[in-house]
Structure formats: C-alpha cells, structure tokens
Design a binder for this molecule. Structure first.
Ligand code: BGP
Length: 471
C-alpha cells in the first residue's frame, strides 16, 4: 500500500458536539443548543425555550473548551498530522448581524490553532458544521434567505483574515447534501423547526449554500493563495437490492441525488444534467439567477472531502425500503453486519465510493469522517478494550490503500470523533467513536477525564507506518 508521503492522518470533531461552554466568553445560542438528548428509541427534541432540568448535549458536550491542551497533547502522542475541527459561528459572531466579531471567541481558536501547529498538526477547519446561529433560524429561516449568504461571508472573511497562516485547509459546509431532503431542514439549512417547508424551499436554501460556498472559495483564495478549500459530502453508497434493472436505476438515482447533485455544483461549478428532470419530477426547481451561475463557476473547490460510515440497498418495492442509516436509509444488505445502531458496516463500499468519485472529478479526495459508534466499557483497571473499533478501522483503511493503489489521489483520513463526543443523530454520549474515552454519561455525570482506549496505541502504529502496519 502506498499512501502519499505527506498523507494527512488524524481525527475529526465538530464544535457543537465537542466544545461545550455554550454560553461562555460571549458565545450566543446555536440552533443545536435547542436540541435535547435522545436515544436509539426516542428521538431528540427541539425546544424553543431552554427547559430547566432537560439535558442538552451541546451545552457542555465533552468540554473541549477547557480541555483543548490535553486533547491536543493526546493527538500529538498518537502522531496526528491533521486535526479536523469546526469553528462555532456564534463564538465568532454572537450577533451574526453585527460587524464586530467577539475577541474572546477569536482568541480561543488562536490558542487552539497555535497549539496544533506547535505539535506539527495541520488544522482542517469546517466553517459550518451543522451550525446555524439560532437568531438566524428565527429571523430568516436560516438559509432560505439570501441575507444569510452575506452574513456567512462576513464570518468567512473574519476567519480567513484572522487565521491567515495558521489555517490553510478549509471546508465550507459539512455534509452539504443533507439539504437535499428533510433531514437537513433544521440542522443544515437552519429552518425554524416549528414551521413546515417544501422540497422547493429545501433546494432553494441549498442553492443559497452553494452560492455562499462558491463565494467563500473565491474570497479565501483572494485573502491567501495558500488556502485549500473543499466541499464535504455525506458519502452515500447505494446498491440495487436485486438485479432487476428498475432497482439498478433506482440505486443510480440515489447515488446521483445523494452525492453528485451537490458534488457537481461544488466541483464542476454547475448543476448536473439530471437536475432539471429531478426538479420537474418533484416540482421543486430553485430560482437561480444568471449571476449565481457565474459565481458557481468561479468558486469551484480545491478538493473533495466526504464522510463515510455505511452503505445500504435500495429497491423499487416500497415494502423493502426499511433499514437504519446516517442520512439516507435503505434496505438491509444480507451480506453485511451492522453496528449496534443499525449502520451497515461495508469497508469495500468505501473503495467503491472513492473510485466512483475520483473517476468523476479527478481532484484530490479526503476522507474526513469514518468510524464506528459503539458502547465502550471501562474495566476495573481503567482500560477500554475496543477491538471491534480496531477491526472496523483496519478494514476501512485497508480498502483505502487498495483504492490508492488503483489510482485514486487521496490526501488524508481523519477518523470521526477521535476523542469521544456527543452523537449527532441521537444526542447520546453512549455512542462513542473515539481513540480516547471521555468520562461522561447520558445523565450529564462524569469528570470529563480522558482515558486512552486500546485503539489509541493501534492508531499510533498505523500513523507511524504511514498506513502499512494495520496489525
Ligand atoms: C455525520 C456528521 C457528524 C457525526 C457523524 C456520526 O453525519 O457529520 O457530525 O456526528 O455523522 O453520526 P452520529 O453522531 O449520529 O453517530
């Protein structure tokens, strides 16, 4: 296996699931701060008012805000060369409409980026990771309004200017394709959770994100030509459930809408050929101005990043269409095992995806999320034996290597939730991904102490051997 010499190895997090300190040093509320904890069986709830005695995972999360030095030391000990994190918009602009950023928010990220650089770790910053300032959801329905484009660009300009020289790798939006269907309504598009929206609203708001992303790419290049700015797609692998050509076409459609609708706009600067037909079919064509089209063309990304957790099958038979998954559900594949949360484990699907995307775009790819959500147990002697996680990661990294050997240009890999953090879909703490265990439970108890799991030493070896030693 031959990963590049400068391959980026590391882990990934997101502010609202990791930082905590939701009201500290001037930070205001994100929409995320209004989402309660949940579980596999009871979904998270949105509350307009923050309820006394209710558990909101983002409020304290795993307290990176006060543990950043310790966490960065742990990352350095594993040999990370890259750490993906997101900036919290409401820490930088507590009032997103103000022209004055919050100096304490800026100072926090300077501390973090400088500490990373001191350890030789390249920060990779997601500008918006399921992060919409709460006030914008109430005032404008988030991304449905073009006003949000301007506010986002002001925020981007502050980041690019402030952190020039400290950050070179950026992602404009996390899993932007969440906005193609209802899952993204609140988290990604920032719609008021108490109102109803149509598919046209969704695609319109998503279009505004495309425009904002393209403008941000141009702005970022202008401020520092060293900046490398990428898109980020939730990698969706869909297999036909049967060889029935109808199922094959359905799977292709899922791949098209799930991945390439957004990828094409951000990489090629134009909507794909199938978009018009899909808009006609759903009666949901966004309004696109000629100026927008120019902006999209000029703001294409430098690299394509994505998350990959699972694959699923699709069928034209509605009875079959039932199984769990991160963004897009699907049918259970009889050849695959599932995680305890029902996500189907498919390392070969990662190779399939890498090859399909690289063949289409021919720009560098980066896997910025992958991993296994599992319940871990701390033994009496204080260890965490997470061999199931090592097995998952080993198999995925092996497939990455094969894809590289088959010609894919892969820049790096950041494992999701490298330090345990709160789950996005269920809001749980018990669904853990990390190499490092955090002492915290779903009732908000625990000291936030960090414990190295068995996978910690394993990943250290993987990095030291540049992906050759997966034993
Ligand atoms: C991705 C998100 C992350 C994340 C991950 C795992 O879709 O970008 O924010 O949390 O999925 O999902 P979960 O936390 O629900 O297990």
């Amino acid at each position: 296996m031959s990963f590049r010499k400068d391959f980026l190895w590391g882990g990934a997090t997101a502010a609202n699931q990791y930082e905590g300190a939701w009201k500290e040093d001037g930070k205001s509320e994100s929409l995320f701060d209004h989402l309660t904890g949940g579980s596999r069986t009871s979904p998270r709830r949105y509350t307009k008012e923050i309820e006394e005695g209710t558990w909101y995972p983002s409020h304290e999360a795993v307290d990176f805000y006060h543990h950043w030095q310790e966490d960065i030391d742990l990352m350095a000990e594993m040999g990370f060369t890259c750490f993906r994190l997101s900036v919290n918009w409401t820490r930088i602009y507590p009032d997103p409409e103000s022209d004055t950023p919050n100096p304490e928010g800026i100072a926090f990220y300077h501390r973090v980026f400088r500490a990373l650089r001191e350890k030789g770790i390249e920060p990779l910053v997601t500008i918006a990771h399921y992060d919409v300032p709460y006030i914008l959801t109430q005032k404008y329905n988030g991304w449905l309004s073009r006003r949000t484009i301007d506010l986002y660009l002001k925020y981007c300009e502050t980041l690019f200017t402030e952190f020039r020289g400290e950050v070179r790798l950026w992602i404009t939006f996390n899993e932007i394709n969440a906005g193609t269907f209802s899952f993204g309504d609140t988290l990604s598009l920032g719609f008021d959770p108490e109102k109803k929206f149509t598919q046209k609203d969704r695609l319109q708001a998503l279009h505004h994100q495309f425009v904002a992303s393209a403008k941000a790419v141009a702005l970022g290049h202008g401020i520092d030509p060293e900046n490398r700015i990428g898109c980020m797609i939730a990698g969706t692998v869909s297999y036909p459930y049967s060889p029935n050509p109808k199922d094959v076409l359905e799977a292709q459609k899922r791949m098209d809408i799930g991945n390439f609708y957004c990828g094409d706009v951000q990489v090629r600067g134009d909507y794909p050929a199938f978009a018009e037909a899909w808009w006609r079919e759903t009666g949901a064509a966004p309004d696109i101005t000629p100026e927008d089209r120019e902006i999209l063309k000029k703001g294409t990304v430098d690299y394509y990043s994505f998350s990959y957790y699972m694959s699923s099958c699709v069928s034209t038979d509605p009875e079959q269409m039932k199984s769990a998954g991160n963004l897009f559900g699907g049918i259970k594949n009889p050849y695959l095992a599932s995680s305890a949360w029902g996500w189907q484990i498919d390392p070969e699907g990662l190779r399939y995806y890498l090859k399909a995307v690289y063949d289409r775009y021919r720009i560098p790819l980066m896997i910025v999320e992958n991993g296994l959500g599992a319940e871990d147990t701390v033994t009496e002697d204080g260890s965490v034996h997470d061999d199931y996680r090592i097995d998952y990661l080993r198999a995925h990294i092996a497939e990455m290597g094969k894809a590289v050997d088959e010609g894919v240009d892969l820049m790096g890999y950041t494992m999701w939730g490298c330090i345990d953090l709160t789950s996005l879909s269920t809001g749980e703490m018990r669904k853990r991904y990390g190499f490092v265990y955090v002492d915290r439970d779903d009732d908000g108890r625990g000291s936030f102490a960090r414990i190295r799991k068995d996978s910690f030493a394993w990943y250290k070896k993987v990095i030291a051997s540049n992906g050759r030693d997966l034993a």
